[in-house]
Design a protein around this ligand. Sequence first.
Ligand code: ZN
Length: 373
Amino acid sequence: MRIFMLLNLAFAFVFFVVVSISNAATLPETIRIAIVKNSTSVTIDGDGILATRENGEAVAFETPINVRPGKDCVVVNGINYRGLLFSAPSVVYVNSKPYRGVAEISLVDKGLLVVNELPLEDYLVGLINCEISSAWPIEAIKAQAVIARTYALNRKESRKNALYHLESSVIDQVYDGCLIEDSRARRGVMETAGEVLTYNGAIIQAFYHSSCGGKTESSENVWGASLPYLKGVDCQYCLTAKNSAWEQKLALKDIEDKLKNAGFSVSGVKNVRAGIRNNRGRLKSVLIDSARGETEVAGDQFRKAIGYGVIKSTNFTVKVSNGEASFSGLGNGHGVGLCQWGSKQRALDGFNYAEILSYYYPGTELKKLSEIR
Ligand SMILES: [Zn+2]
């Protein structure tokens, strides 16, 4: 009898070990996204919300739950917690938006930080309609799924000790929860499940942008770091898109105020001129004539100061008359890596996602994560 029990115990132990190992091998890859930062109030809601403290102990709350910042803690109903984690059988609503996975709230620099941790593939499904449209050809959706997965995993690796891996804005990749998921977005993600772009066996820095306006940019021109797969390629494909050319009119006073806010000493701006262009056709510098003389502002700094959404690219010309600067430009974004509108046109032209990706990231190889880990 005792031997039988021991055998049973041994069997149970082996079973436990085998199950644990196989679970570890099949656990989905997860990603951590900052969805709310520096907030003074966060509301959590949803069906069957489970709240836990940082030590894993469950806490009972009535929904909706209002979380506020305290002194070195977060506060709910007047009670202090070091941090709180919220999960639900389906989705957790954070400030009325639904998210898959869990939402973690902590205090960072006097404000609330909410991190959404969820399976990487679910994150990608939510992201598709933030970055492009799932109405685009399926091969363009698949290309977007691969680069978003590649970009996210590269960031995860470089920020593995940080509170989160990615911002939910254009700083990294736009992500707004699961409300705008749909079946085509999921299909694009599933048909490329686990696929990433690699160079010499390592996951690449898969930068991408909205439209390049004729030529993609080299990473060296934007960030100073030369990468063999981000040298820039020709891309006339995005020029068919209605938004590839842009115009903008701004009062010189407006430009002056924005440049001053960004720390440039340019009182009495009289003229704005294009400076020299780089080898990809974009402006290395913009010249500002003011009462203080000529000030040279780096092209990207100029865009940043005036607003990335106002000056959509550094590929522009500018004319000044009657105190107003008229900008005419091509492309939208930094121009490095895949051109999303170009990719759409390539897909309409009959190219598949692997061909689209190898065009914009020359020398890279498409691999399954399981092949490189
Ligand atoms: Zn393009």
